[in-house]
Ligand binder design. Sequence first.
Ligand code: TXE
Length: 483
Amino acid sequence: MLHNPMRFAHFIDNETVPADGGESLPVVDPSTGAVFAQIARGTAGDIDRAVAAARAAYRGPWGRLSATERGRLLRRWADAVEAHADELAQLESQDTGKPLKQARADAIALARYFEFYAGAADKLHGQTIPYQDGYTVLTIREPHGVTGHIVPWNYPMQIFGRSVGAALAAGNACVVKPAEDACLSLLRAASLAASVGLPAGALNIVTGLGPEAGQALAEHPGIDHISFTGSTETGKRVAIAAAQHHCPVTLELGGKSPQLVFADADVDAALPVLVNAIIQNCGQTCSAGSRVLVERAIYEPLLDRLAERFAALRAGPASMDLDLGPLVNRKQQQRVWDFLSDAQAGGVPLMAQGEIVEDAPAEGFYQAPVLLRDVPASHRLWQDEVFGPVLAVQVFDDEDEALALANGTAYGLVAGVWTRDGGRQMRFARRLHSGQVFVNNYGAGGGVELPFGGVKASGYGREKGFEALYGFTTLKTVAIRHG
Ligand code: TXE
């Protein structure tokens, strides 16, 4: 059997494989704080084995498939994921604490990634380039070979889908290291891939700790490209390890994304979006809209309306499907508490907060959503990623000040601007320093088709959309002199 409800092994060569060192790690349910499963604790030996399986697949049956056949396999995988969406959602919801409806949306997004890349697989092609007389010059897009994928715990299915879907469509064989906090849905999705006929070795998953299995993957000389999503610090470590063996890297490292609301904005449309952008997944979203900047003329009334909404929000167990589930683990909960005590120490005014429902287990990692106003630009709550349901709000007087505040952090992943003024929409679309800009909406990371990634400390390279396929290929130029 490929999937055991209590003990989960690695997935290598379409088989379940126990850890090389025989050790396992506990899996904790964030809603209760209780251990409910065990995963294999991967070692460098397990990574070796997975890389060898991927290399053999790349040189063998998987590498010989046409782009159209790869696309058909991804399409069948998409259908299998959709058919098992409830089961995948259940696993991911218990594993991460996200409310069931969010987990179900993520399972559907996983299927959608495979569907998108299934269609794109045989539409990725090179060019012919006009050159000197007597030459024909063409470019060929080739897979890197064996790609490594280090996936975080906040959106395991979505991040796996965008990265592995594109890598496989482009013809690579993959080795995935999910986060130790959230691997169950990915192991199940891999077994579905095997069941629809994905050749053995094309996709391998090694579970385990970041500094062990993750580091071994980043350092492995048999890895030809790494895509990493996670913290800025770990991203740097991965890039340094990859540089030792000349391995290209795509880094998606989170953000401190602003939304700017001008006095002429449609505030009724903006309000639910402003709230959802910070509470979705309990604020543990790389593209969370964690800062809101408001033009002075509507500052107080908008704050009042935000406060009313925050006060009505409820956090509770994932299975209750409330506005928020728990945070993923104790470490993340402590991180949010540290930010909040700094806010208190710095005299940042608390405008409103939601509630944790009474029957939420005391050992769960809950955090009520918090609204803070007049947050100084110098405060770490304005500058650093909290990765929790904490919204920082500040006022501005004119476009220049709004832009300086919005761009004035180390990050640059996503930004939103709310205004009816067409000229201003374009000015901000151009001048906001970030990988995505939303005008009169805020994507919060959604949009399978939309290239996604950051500037500055938010990383480099692009995932999602057609653009990701360029990242998962290398370009060869062929110059033919024929006279
Ligand atoms: O991240 P890590 P953590 C941010 C967020 C959060 C903070 C810390 O602010 O509060 O990071 O979270 C693997 N070599 N984001 O500690 O360490 C690890 O096993 C190779 C933003 O969980 O970056 C996991 O699979 N891999 C973010 C992945 O890296 C290593 C999502 C992410 O873990 C490794 C998550 C190593 N030495 C956190 N050490 C986003 N951009 O959405 C760890 N890992």
